[in-house]
Design a protein around this ligand. Structure first.
Ligand code: GLV
Length: 324
């Protein structure tokens, strides 16, 4: 029996490759960088399975070019790059990689939070520059983190992992989500549900942990930024379009908030030019889940989703169970 054909738009890592190669005839994108769209469209034509990254738009155009495809397996938890309804119409299974990146992403939200509060990037630049004049009392004074109020917008797996870390900093933790969690969960995380406006008004650090949905697109725009304290910081490790970047730049410009630390952008890899020159922002290139361990686990999960479907099992992370 010939093995089914699979396209992976990334070369992945050793362990997931080994698994995939046992079950599929795989064409990998072996080159550095992301494949041009035209290459993906051409390579997917005869494939029955597709492993893709969040940089690939899985829409009607791609699905039309892939008439044999039975599964689209995203190597990411966020799946706003996939038109799940379009997959469902064609009975194509769509999968993602939830769970394995929660702790790593929470670590990075903290990395950003600490970096912007304590002006680490400015300090690093000064230290390297050769222009550091030596210790001084008022040099690079940032903001305390310990004992402050952390506001979590979104209190799912990642939001809670961020909350767990805040306990060690003696912080007050408030959160907002579509519905409050059960009282015992609140107690476990030492967190209190508050209405969104109150969260914006009271938090010293606001960290975003919502998926990108029509209702979360530009959730942070002028109206919300105006509610924040002038001493508060915004942290975004969710999806770029959750924040209206132009509004954020305008708020920073007038000192409406103290700073921002971002891992994601509205039009990646383009970064709003108004952010680039600012000292009060820390900018990371969408790497919150980028530990080698976690990225390997994500790729493995994506491979396992494909193998499950083609060995008659239910893929563990199906986004559209109605097609099964
Ligand atoms: C990364 O951004 C992911 O969604 O996994």
């Amino acid at each position: 029996m010939p093995k089914p054909k699979l396209l992976s738009t990334h070369k992945l890592f050793e362990a997931p490759r080994k698994l995939l190669d046992e079950h599929f005839e795989v064409e990998y994108w072996e080159k550095a960088g992301r494949p041009p769209r035209a290459e993906v469209l051409a390579q997917v034509v005869d494939k029955e399975a597709l492993i893709c990254l969040l940089t690939e738009k899985i829409n009607d155009e791609l699905l039309n070019a892939a008439p044999k495809v039975r599964i689209v397996s995203n190597v990411a938890v966020g799946f706003d790059n996939i038109d799940v309804a379009a997959c469902t119409r064609r009975k194509v299974v769509a999968t993602n990689t939830p769970g394995v990146l929660d702790e790593t992403t929470a670590d990075f939200a903290w990395t950003l939070l600490m970096a912007v509060a304590r002006r680490l990037v400015e300090g690093d630049q000064l230290t390297r520059s050769g222009a550091w004049p030596g210790w001084n009392l008022d040099q690079l004074c940032g903001a305390d983190v310990w004992g402050k109020t952390l506001g979590l917008v979104g209190f799912g797996r990642i939001g809670r992992a961020v909350a767990r870390r805040a306990v060690g900093f003696g912080m007050r933790i408030i959160y907002n989500d579509a519905i409050p969690v059960a009282p015992d969960v609140e107690k476990q995380f030492n967190a209190q549900f508050v209405e969104r406006d109150r969260l914006f008004a009271e938090a010293d650090f606001i960290s975003l942990h919502v998926p990108l949905l029509p209702e979360t697109r530009r959730l942070i725009s002028t109206a919300q930024l105006e509610k924040m304290k002038r001493t508060a910081f915004l942290i975004n490790t969710s999806r770029g379009p959750v924040v209206d970047e132009a509004a954020l730049v305008a708020a920073l410009e007038v000192g409406q908030i103290a700073g921002a630390a971002l891992d994601v952008y509205e039009n990646e890899p383009v970064v709003h030019p108004g952010l680039v020159g600012r000292k009060d922002v820390v900018l990371a290139p969408h790497i919150a889940s980028a530990s080698l361990e976690t990225r390997t686990k994500m790729a493995m999960m994506a491979a396992e989703n494909c193998v499950a479907l083609f060995t008659g099992k239910r893929p563990p992370n199906v986004l559209n169970p109605e097609v099964l």
